[in-house]
Ligand binder design. Structure first.
Ligand code: ZN
Length: 411
């Protein structure tokens, strides 16, 4: 893992912050430095480098049968502001390490192997996550890339052109099964489950998706001294009861369901006035689409009951409703079997966060491999994963790529 560690230390310099974290927003100067470095590294490893029409950097190791669909691996090098050094990075560097080992071992492969750095995975700059993987898998058009802007008004397409890309070629470059046979992403868990279970490797069965709601409550502003308790229509007290109902609803499901109220405000926001209006947002996530649907219904009827009892007017707006992604179970079982053969244990788990893998999953059989995050911390400058755990992930990734790239049948 010496070369991996050297690469890790080099990359960490691009966008390094005073607090030790990293700010490498998509297509920022720091991200461009990281991308230039990656192109150079890919060339050094003998990969054919391509900047695709969505902005992703792809390095291809040609196999004995170059026309066969490739086995791809990778993740992202961009970060959130003041983020950690492991999120995304280890997946790209693991891909380089796999190529290095293939070369060192003189390993012959039938299929090509591709290492991908997906562009703009984090939503921090453009407000949309997994932009590069979303676009190259056909979920965005070239003209939509012109319409996606950062806060300064720069379009994604214009930044991509400045980086040497050709967004107008997007429709001709959509990923399909003639180019890729499978995709495996290695990523940090960004949660506490693996550490808690004492397991170094996780295999993701499904990626949860969020439904988001905005709830607006209208009661009546009243004098806090003269209005007796039974006569109040306190919107904030109603909101408080609803927040607890949201929490209880998710707690009662014995699954990975999570529900969060992360923002709440009330007005007039004065100490001696009973608050007449309140406004909050709910983020409900589940890996099971039908359960999420059912919970949404329960949530609405519970909030309605609270509002009715308290004589509060209630408006619920659905802000977004994303669909959970179930990953290919055959590929997952195959990788679990490869792990067992190498004496490694894997834990099946659900991902609460989105990843590039979820965009690839409807195009090719896709696997998402997790290594533990210390204390479950991520999107934070103190984010960390033990080198020994990363090494386990790289070992399994390598063994999986070798097996799949030698398999010329349908994966
Ligand atoms: Zn990530």
């Amino acid at each position: 893992m010496q070369a991996f560690q050297d690469d890790f230390r080099t990359l960490a310099q691009f966008g390094l912050q005073a607090d030790g974290g990293v700010s490498r927003l998509a297509f920022s100067k720091a991200d461009q430095q990281a991308r230039s470095w990656l192109i150079q590294r890919m060339h050094q490893l003998g990969l054919q480098v391509q900047l695709d029409a969505a902005g992703n950097l792809r390095g291809r190791l040609v196999g004995d049968q170059p026309h066969l669909p490739a086995i791809a691996t990778g993740s992202h090098l961009d970060s959130v502001p003041n983020g950690g050094h492991y999120d995304g990075v280890i997946g790209v560097l693991a891909g380089l390490e796999v190529v290095r080992r293939l070369r060192r071992n003189g390993q012959h492969l039938a299929r090509p192997v591709e290492v991908i750095n997906f562009a703009a995975e984090e939503s921090s700059r453009f407000g949309i996550a997994t932009l590069g993987s979303k676009a190259i898998t056909g979920k965005l058009t070239a003209s939509e890339l012109e319409q996606i802007h950062d806060e300064q008004g720069n379009s994604y397409a214009s930044l991509l052109r400045q980086a040497g890309g050709q967004p107008e070629q997007l429709q001709h470059q959509r990923l399909n099964r003639r180019q890729l046979a499978a995709f495996i992403e290695l990523h940090i868990e960004q949660g506490p489950v693996l550490e808690q279970q004492g397991c170094a490797l996780g295999l993701v069965s499904a990626i949860a998706a969020a439904s988001r709601f905005r709830v607006r409550l209208t009661g009546r502003n009243d004098h806090s001294g003269t209005t007796p308790m039974p006569l109040r229509r306190d919107a904030l007290a109603a909101a408080a009861e609803m927040v607890l109902a949201v929490e209880q609803l998710a707690r009662d499901i014995q699954a990975e369901t999570v529900a969060t109220v992360g923002r709440l405000s009330c007005s007039p926001g004065v100490m001696n006035v009973v608050p007449g209006s309140a406004d909050f947002c709910i983020d409900l996530r589940d890996s099971d689409a039908s359960r999420k649907e059912r919970l949404t219904g329960q949530l609405q009827s519970q909030l309605q009951a609270i509002a009715r009892r308290r004589e509060i007017a209630l408006h619920i707006d659905l802000l977004s409703n994303e669909q959970p992604v179930v990953l290919d179970s055959q590929l997952r079982q195959r990788i679990a079997a490869i792990a067992r053969r190498h004496g490694q244990e894997t834990l099946s788990l659900v991902s609460g966060a989105g990843h590039d893998a979820m965009q690839l999953a409807d195009v090719v059989p896709t696997a998402l491999l997790f290594v533990p995050s210390c204390h479950g911390i991520s999107h934070n400058s103190t984010e960390q994963t033990a080198l020994a755990d990363i090494a386990q992930g790289v070992d399994l990734l390598y063994a999986s790529v070798v097996e799949l790239a030698q398999d010329t049948g349908t994966i």
